[in-house]
Design a protein around this ligand. Structure first.
Ligand SMILES: O=C(NC/C=C/[C@H]1OC[C@H](O)[C@@H]1O)c1cc([N+](=O)[O-])cc(O)c1O
Ligand SMILES: [Mg+2]
Length: 214
């Protein structure tokens, strides 16, 4: 036994970051991933693109699929406008437990709800459970083969509205070919690719921003 990588990432946050200072939490995780152990956070380079899209949308209601250790959760939540709220779905309970502590260390727990379970099980219940009418912003970063079925489910559940912005991580590496083809071909989406690199590496990767047109 011993510690897991998420637990070692959390310890790095608690040792290096200042409680309540979300910028120092982000910096501590980036330092850990560059100098100690690579981890599958969206990272600083793609994170900068994520920041710019979140700031542009300024969402009252935001959804994240795939929390992992909460790095992108913190990046999004720190930029929410007053009254804004972020729901983040995570399948793995060990990841969720670490994420809750990272989010709390950043002082953002009041704007974020970490929900444990499978996205496909939860999406049909988000309205009744959290009183959500529709989402202004969705960040996709969970299992890559679930991106497409999950946005189709969001459409069917009426959780997307004219102008909802979807931002998808890893559309090149590891890749989400069926999702990309769908959002780029569908008349219901206006899509744009932001080229970047796989977190903390020189490999190509990027984010796809897709606006739902209804
Ligand atoms: O699988 C990735 N993300 C999905 C995460 C999947 C895990 O977290 C949610 C679920 O509990 C699963 O165990 C991923 C993988 C790489 N990668 O380089 O392999 C890079 C990334 O940015 C990624 O988001
Ligand atoms: Mg990712």
């Amino acid at each position: 036994t011993g510690t897991t990588r998420p637990q070692r990432l959390l310890r790095a946050v608690q040792e290096r970051a200042t409680r309540g200072d979300s910028e120092s939490v982000i910096a501590a995780i980036d330092h850990f991933c560059r100098h100690q152990e690579w981890a599958m956070n969206v990272g600083d380079e793609k994170g900068f693109i994520l920041d710019s899209v979140v700031s542009e949308v300024s969402p009252q209601t935001a959804l994240e699929l795939g929390t992992y250790c909460g790095y992108s959760t913190v990046r999004i939540a720190r930029l929410l406008p007053p009254g804004g709220h972020l729901i983040t779905l995570e399948f793995n309970p060990n990841y969720a437990a670490v994420a809750r502590q990272v989010i709390a260390w950043a002082g953002l727990e009041d704007m974020v709800q970490v929900v444990e379970g499978a996205s496909g099980d939860w999406i049909p219940h988000l309205r009744e459970h959290f009183g959500i009418e529709s989402f202004d912003f969705v960040f996709l970063d969970h299992w890559k083969e679930l991106y497409l079925p999950d946005i189709k489910l969001l459409e069917e559940c009426g959780l997307l509205r004219k102008g909802t912005v979807l931002l998808a991580d890893n559309v090149v590496c590891p890749g989400t070919p069926d999702y990309l083809e769908y959002v780029r071909k569908s008349q219901s989406y206006e899509s744009h690719y932001f080229g970047s690199h796989l977190e903390y590496t020189r490999a190509e990767d990027g984010l796809e921003k897709s606006v739902y047109l209804g």
